[in-house]
Design a binder for this molecule. Structure first.
Ligand SMILES: Nc1ncnc2c1ncn2[C@@H]1O[C@H](COP(=O)(O)OP(=O)(O)OP(=O)(O)O)[C@@H](O)[C@H]1O
Ligand SMILES: [Mg+2]
Length: 167
């Protein structure tokens, strides 16, 4: 059965996933799968809010099912799903992964502080970036991927061209 193509954008919070997702959708007519809309529309997706880590616990099985349905119901489209847990999707439905980085940790810290995250959450996210956790997850998954560093100037034209050729 034909299904839509899927680009996932992963990376530590604040590395620019949504910014790049919006750029690709604007320039290439791709469609963004909005994480917050998914949570609102599928009550079973969330297993509840974890107050200590300040994020939602997810039902991965339901997430896979929901994304798979979107892809099957829109076979001619190209979707972009930007969240740091997008590597939990099965390899077979991912056409390209973009790993966002912010190699300048001072800049990343400033972005996270700008969001009024607590000290603990900021340090956890910086550790995630230092240890390249999202990149390692993608390598382990074994999908075609590119790395984009948002601490340097992103040449939008090159990124758009590169992605459209790879997907
Ligand atoms: N290439 C860039 N150059 C400079 N600033 C950037 C760049 N990309 C993103 N930013 C800035 O970094 C901040 C975080 O960007 P964005 O919201 O896209 O990150 P995110 O990875 O989607 O975060 P989250 O995981 O919390 O959703 C925003 O203030 C954005 O304007
Ligand atoms: Mg985002």
């Amino acid at each position: 059965m034909k299904r839509a193509k899927l680009i996932i954008i992963t990376g530590t919070p604040g590395t620019g996933k949504t910014t790049v997702a919006k750029l690709l959708c604007d320039r290439l007519g791709y469609e963004q799968i909005d994480w917050h809309d998914l949570l609102k529309q599928n009550k079973k997706l969330s297993l509840g809010y974890d107050r200590s880590s300040k994020c939602y616990d997810l039902n991965i099985k339901i997430l896979r099912k929901v994304i798979d349905e979107i892809l099957k119901n829109n076979p001619l489209k190209i979707f972009v799903f930007d969240t740091h847990i997008s590597h939990l999707l099965p390899k077979k439905i991912i056409d390209l992964a973009i790993v966002m980085k912010c190699s300048n940790l001072k800049k990343l810290r400033e972005r996270l502080e700008g969001r009024k995250y607590g000290k603990k959450k900021i340090e956890e996210n910086l550790q995630c970036e230092i240890f390249d956790e999202c990149f390692d997850a993608i390598v382990e998954l074994g999908v075609k991927h590119i790395v984009v560093d948002s601490s340097k100037k992103i040449v939008q034209k090159e990124l758009v061209k590169g992605v459209s050729m790879l997907v």
